[in-house]
Design a protein around this ligand. Sequence first.
Ligand code: BES
Ligand code: ZN
Ligand code: ZN
Length: 489
Amino acid sequence: MIAFRTGRKIPASAALHAVGVCPGNGAQRPSELDWEVLDGRGFEAKPGQVEIVSGQDRPIAVVGLGPADKITAAVIRRSAASLARSAKRMKRIAVSVLDAVPDSIDSADALAALAEGMTLGAYTYGDLKSEHNPNKLENVHVIGPGGRAVTEALEQGWRVAEAVCFVRDLVNEPGGSLTPTRFAEMAVEMAEREGLDITVLELDAIREAELGGLLGVNRGSEQPPRFVEVSYAPAPEAECRGSVALVGKGLTFDSGGLSIKSGAGMMTMKCDMSGGAAVLGVMAAISTVAPPVMVTGYVPMTDNMLGGDATRPGDVLTMANGKTVEVLNTDAEGRLVLADALSLACRAEPDAIVDLATLTGACMVALGPKVAGLMGNNEDWIDQLADAAERTGERVWRLPLPDDYKAQLDSSVADMKNIGGPHGGALTAGLFLSNFVDDGIPWAHLDIAGPAFTDTEDGETTKGGTGFGVRMLLDALVNFEPPTDSADG
Ligand code: BES
Ligand code: ZN
Ligand code: ZN
């Protein structure tokens, strides 16, 4: 965990001094830096490029920021993450990186991005290694004027990043260890720490609530399911613009069930609770960010296994809103648990709903590993989420929900089946979910199958769970306006 402090002077104990540099030949080349060495190493001051050179009192980390007129919060975040990685053997460093940032960037945004980027870049998951080599950074002294606004911006960036790291830890923990029971316990611990209201439904209560989708998916498992509901309200005297429901898929492991996955297809399926973890991550930072809306998170938790009494292809489940579903592929299980969660969310009549789910391989085929699919029934709400994602640097892309594709879900024995045709699987999954959203409630769906998990390190993204969605949802909540139109998305 990194602590950020401010001060006008470099403390004597700092093992490194980081400075920001933009490309150019004039004033952009501070004379105290050894440019012969930097040029020799091919340093071009690209965003995220970091070189450590010797300095008078201590080594200097030269951090590339790219052209000054193109610096955004995203660039600072990325460069800060590289810096945290380059300085991973040092405990205490000083940074003057923001000196090179032009005044056109809001300084609070720049400071928050610095703290966010460094905290995210320093993340490692080593709980299970006998010789863990964690990032050793503990103290970052931000050189410059202090003051309350500066401290608050750093604190905000740091706390949001810690919430993302909480999600990464949850996602990176193996499915055999992060059972639904433990996942719910982690949610309770977080809610108690943050002073949020939380309810955890256990098996009997889930039966009582008739969550047929969650029970159907859980039927092949030795592990009991959980259903978590956690909520936040703005302070009584603060502004309140309405209410938002966050719904997250919490499959602690997805074997596919009887429609079993291949060995390779299962390897990363501990990540199938990433949507649910992201919802908990939002709640973990929500009191710090204090958005002007009431927020309730709904997370159905189970694994998808193939015990002797597992749901069989052809079985029909009755979901929480009374609709019946013929399960023709037990690997299309996320939509079944989300059906119940969306139905419950609608009962509270929120002003908007957004769900996050590692829902389809088809979405990865369409958009690749780094971009989430964004669908829904309300243009305004979808735009609010897309704008938020643009600001936080999480990449989303609009996908349609064509009305006439709905017929692909027609079943001869139930209200619908849980799979569509061979093509456009991300869309038919979204259309399936739309059956569980009441008319008139603005709803958006984020298919995060691609960006939730990665095997490459890139900017502020580290290997394994990424924590995708937490920052964009917090941003969308802060800027929330009750969606206006309800035209088809
Ligand atoms: N959890 C998977 C989707 C997934 C795949 C997430 C790869 C992350 C990476 C989901 O439950 C699933 O298996 N979906 C099926 C649906 C199909 C059977 C209609 C899929 O995408 O193959
Ligand atoms: Zn599946
Ligand atoms: Zn799944």
